[in-house]
Design a protein around this ligand. Sequence first.
Ligand code: ZN
Ligand code: ZN
Ligand code: ZN
Length: 259
Amino acid sequence: MRLTIMGSGTSFGVPVIGCSCSVCLSKDPRDHRTRVSSVFEVPGAATILVDTPPELRLQLIDAGISSVDAVLYTHDHADHVHGIDDLRAVSIRREEDLPVYGPADALERIQSRFPYIFDKDVKPPKGTSRPELVLHPVESRRPFTVAGVEVLPIEVSHGFGMVVYGYRVGDIAYLTDAKQIPEESLEALKGVRILVVNGLFERPHPTHLSIPEACELAQSIGAEKTFLTHLTHENSHQELARRLPRGVEPAYDGLIIEL
Ligand SMILES: [Zn+2]
Ligand SMILES: [Zn+2]
Ligand SMILES: [Zn+2]
């Protein structure tokens, strides 16, 4: 199985528009961070996309992915959703609508934000297209299958009562936009060998784990390897890689994790 990190950047992306800090000006391609998304690939079975950020089209082209069996939404913040229209290129090549999974409240908000996609009474004018999607609200810790591959949604908190789902496929877990991990969710993460988790700044943040908090979580989960994502322009890849504890590494756009 393989997980590709297609985007590893925080909501502003890196470089940040108008910023001339050393990370934003860096020539290291690992310091160019599009908004977060990833794709699970189980050879011969399923290709499962997590989130549809604004750079989705470029990410799918870079990763060489042209067909997707399902989309998993973590939550409905703009940096995770607003490339949804790029799913046209995926759904147009399918016979059936593309299944989309996520927390019920997030899917409801996505539905009301994009009526041209979800209102079945609105038909795209002849010769035009829209993403053809079918929404499936799922519950935390209730596994479901995509093309025979089991997916486990795991609830985490974004802070201020907002629910976000992480997803576990086999022994790989992908968590983003977490501020706290409930006890039952820690239980559901037991035995993961690869963990991807968000780490924002060195200092605390109201809605995201900080880098030290993410490292602490990595240690308590005890995966063989943990990758930090949702990274900002406050850390260059090189500098962060140098000082993270053993077993924890910064993710970067295009990183392929094989298990
Ligand atoms: Zn985010
Ligand atoms: Zn900057
Ligand atoms: Zn968010």
